[in-house]
Design a protein. Structure first.
Length: 576
């Protein structure tokens, strides 16, 4: 059932192209009706050649030329219209899959392979488009040609036709058996090529680390293993296809031999004339091409089915974080944040946040400190609903974040992460990320607040300088300041700073820290940091252990308690 359902799920994408496909099908019908006319013309011409009637031969030759011209015109219409429909179907499917990926929750991307997803969005969807095109442009016409030509052959001599079709069921069984085996090989090959794509994405993205550890030979070995596995799977498929062609070709030859034998017998019994037999043989010749195409198409459909299975398997994945049907848009907020008895676990029975409660007043800066794994990043990641809480509630200005749209929620929250992410494009586009219109005045103002305007102005094309993939042609401090400018331009009432200065040198840290202090004014801020300055100036410092708040107070109050924070400060902060 699964093998059929993947293609059936394409119907909603095919239906909008029904007008184009119908026009292409009309061309196909016209194209198909011309095939038996060609067989009839061959028989008629044979008779006149035997008589030496040049006038009739010339007349039939002219008629044949007209048939071929008309056939070419309708074939062009069929091919161009179906190509348009198939490409549009693939385009719409690609958009739907990409949109679906955007809606999936972070926990999916934490385990998914980027290269595999890229392969599905490109190669797999292209293959589906090719199959759709092939089905309407080649397979359907071939089936119609077989029906029309066989009908003509039955009309000429039904006994001869029925006798030669004895091998047809056997051919269908053989093609079907080979098709199922080919599907297995194609699935294995596509899984291998997806793994290969994922490996390439991973290695090329971390090429600096590969070279730093002199791991080129190790990575070459991994690459060779995946590539050889893909090669072997494809080779098995090609061997099966080659054997199938030999078997089908042999059965076709036996059918032709049977036709000559039975045709000669029919002529000897005066049941068939020589002219009719020539016309009949022309019909047989016209069958060979559609039979070959139908066999090849069947193999291609099995390959495309493997791709369709993967695409609709992806579309079947449901996001773990969703909006209720009656979700409301969260309006501009003052920034009051409440965690009420919140618990969360990535793995069941292993809580990362355990029955935690806290309230952040509008404009308050709260610093989160604690050892690695204490739950600091998880706590702030629950606020924009990157994950759903297992128990408890999170409120913003008294509104439960579960009841609001994700877009309106996340527009209230700015995030400056530890690992900066820049996209291919200009600096202006990166600062205005997510906005369709570039407000250059606003972008420049945000860059000035982020201490980024000076270095941007010194670049060759200023704000229109192309930063390259992941911003590799900028320093860490420059990338971080662009990230801060991005958050400033959003102008959120709530701000999350996730160890935003931990990977910077001293000079860059000072510039970034100064920018952070500007952006933190009059906002509710959650700071995760190991750096001294931001933590000391926080209104309140929360010490987390095993997902719970074990100490709370400002810097001096916690030092006076001589507890965990004081110990942590003595070990880490005084060393800076």
């Amino acid at each position: 059932m699964k093998n059929r359902s993947s293609y059936l799920q394409l119907i909603p994408f095919i239906l909008p192209q029904s007008t184009t496909i119908t026009l292409a099908f009309i061309c196909t019908l016209l194209f198909t009706t011309l095939w038996p006319i060609q067989a009839w013309l061959a028989g008629e011409m044979t008779e006149y050649i035997g008589r030496g009637d040049t006038n009739s031969i010339a007349r039939l030759a002219g008629l044949t030329a007209v048939v071929f011209i008309v056939k070419g015109i309708v074939q062009y219409g069929q091919d161009s219209l179906m190509a348009k429909a198939a490409l549009t179907i693939a385009l719409n499917l690609r958009k739907v899959v990409y949109s679906h990926l955007q809606k999936l929750s972070l926990n999916y991307f934490e385990v998914a392979k980027t290269g595999d997803l890229t392969y599905r969005l490109t190669e797999d969807i292209d293959r589906i488009g090719e199959v759709v095109n092939q089905f309407f442009h080649d397979f359907v016409p071939c089936i119609l040609q077989l029906i029309v030509v066989l009908g003509y052959m039955l009309w000429l001599n039904w006994q001869l036709t029925m006798a030669t079709l004895v091998l047809a069921p056997l051919m269908a069984i053989i093609i079907g058996a080979f098709g199922e085996r080919l599907l297995q090989y194609f699935r294995r090959s596509q899984n291998r090529i997806s793994n290969l794509s994922a490996l390439l994405t991973e290695v090329l993205g971390g090429i600096r680390l590969v070279q730093a550890f002199a791991a080129e030979d190790y990575e070459l070995s991994r690459f060779a293993q995946e590539a050889e596995g893909n090669c072997q799977a494809k080779y098995q498929a090609e061997k099966a296809k080659a054997f199938q062609i030999v078997v089908v070709g042999f059965l076709t030859l036996m059918s032709v031999v049977a036709i000559f034998f039975l045709g000669g017998w029919q002529i000897s019994q005066n049941n068939l004339t020589g002219k009719e037999f020539v016309s009949y043989l022309a019909g047989v010749a016209l069958l060979i091409d559609p039979i070959t195409h139908t066999t090849n198409n069947y193999n291609s459909f099995k390959e495309g089915q493997a791709s369709a299975d993967k695409i609709f398997e992806l579309l079947a994945i449901e996001p773990s974080v969703t909006e209720p049907k009656n979700a409301i848009a969260l309006q501009v907020v003052t920034g009051k944040v409440e965690y009420n008895s919140v618990s969360f676990a990535y793995v069941p029975q292993t809580p990362v946040i355990n029955n935690l409660s806290l309230t952040a007043s509008p404009g308050e800066t709260i610093a989160l400190v604690g050892s690695s794994g204490a739950g600091k990043s998880t706590l702030v990641n629950l606020l924009p609903r990157f994950y759903n809480v297992d128990q408890g509630d999170i409120l913003i200005d008294g509104v439960n974040i579960k009841n609001v749209t994700l877009k309106s929620l996340r527009q209230q929250i700015g995030i400056v992460p530890q690992e900066t992410t820049l996209f291919s494009g200009t600096i202006a586009q990166n600062i205005a990320f997510g906005k369709t219109d570039l407000d250059l005045q606003g972008i420049e103002k945000a860059a000035k607040i982020a201490n980024a305007h000076q270095f941007i102005s010194e670049l060759s094309q200023g704000y229109f300088t192309y930063v390259g993939e992941r911003g590799v042609n900028l320093s860490g401090g420059q990338r971080q300041r662009i990230t801060i400018a991005r958050a400033i331009l959003l102008n959120p009432p709530i701000l999350i700073l996730d160890e935003a200065t931990s990977a910077l040198d001293s000079e860059s840290e000072d510039l970034v820290q100064e920018a952070l202090e500007r952006i933190m004014q009059e906002r509710t801020v959650f700071v995760i940091a190991h750096r001294l300055a931001t933590v000391r100036r926080a209104d309140r410092i929360l010490v987390l252990e095993k997902g719970q708040i074990v100490e709370s107070g400002n810097h001096q109050e916690l030092l006076n308690k001589h507890g965990i924070y004081a110990s942590f400060y003595a070990r880490q902060f005084q060393a800076n």
